[in-house]
Design a protein around this ligand. Structure first.
Ligand SMILES: C[S@@+](CC[C@H](N)C(=O)[O-])C[C@H]1O[C@@H](n2cnc3c(N)ncnc32)[C@H](O)[C@@H]1O
Length: 196
């Protein structure tokens, strides 16, 4: 992500959660129902934002690591969970443990990220065998995405919304698709790391 994008998230941090609530954009319940945490999972939330989902998940799993480039987004988090770790930085630059996580959450973040050819092998390396990614993204060309994109492009610059087929193709070399929930204007995918 470039410098403009980072400072934009820092600037909008205080208004991010009220915006998401007002426009009914939070998908935490669906995300949680797909993970179905049993208490033993290690989870990595990439582009965790204000840490809203991490806070919900923290008491239900073994550990959760929240990664975000925007310090001000993460500073909105008010959680005292001991097994919740917060890391400020670019996912491509942080040194995270290999073969460590059971789940990696990518909610509303992939259209801000480029270099998928580097991202998905990196995520596969961080996951344990049988580890899974959970993707939540917006469908390009749906009116809600056009509307969101209009504002987001003015704030953050170029964005790359991928439809389900493009996303399936992008993850396919490293991940095996397990589940897709196709909603109006957005979708969720669960995919398992491919075996060696
Ligand atoms: C639209 S917010 C989504 C926040 C949260 N996942 C949610 O669902 O509400 C996208 C977040 O991704 C972060 N982000 C974008 N690119 C990143 C990168 N390369 N490394 C870490 N965080 C990144 C931004 O700072 C921002 O907080």
């Amino acid at each position: 992500m470039n410098h403009n994008t980072l400072s934009a998230f820092d600037r909008i941090a205080p208004w991010y959660e009220p915006f998401m609530t007002f426009f009914f954009l939070k998908r935490d319940r669906v995300l949680l129902s797909l993970i179905q945490p049993q208490g033993h999972e290690r989870v990595l939330d990439v582009g965790a934002g204000t840490g809203r989902f991490g806070k919900i998940l923290a008491p239900l799993c073994l550990s959760i690591t929240l990664v975000d480039e925007s310090e001000r987004m993460l500073s909105r988090l008010s959680s005292k969970e001991s097994h919740l770790e917060v890391l400020v930085g670019d996912i491509f630059s942080l040194h995270l443990p290999s073969d460590h996580y059971d789940w990696i959450v990518l909610s509303d973040v992939l259209h801000h990220l480029s270099h998928f050819e580097r991202l998905f092998p990196l995520l596969a390396r961080l996951l344990k065998d049988q580890g899974k990614i959970l993707i939540h993204e917006y469908t390009p060309n749906h009116w809600t995405t056009r509307w969101l994109g209009f504002f987001e492009r003015r704030l953050f610059g170029p964005l790359d919304f991928k439809d389900m087929d493009q996303m399936k193709k992008a993850i396919q070399p490293w991940f095996e698709l397990e589940q897709i929930e196709n909603k109006r204007g957005w979708y969720i995918m669960v995919a398992k790391k491919k075996g060696a």
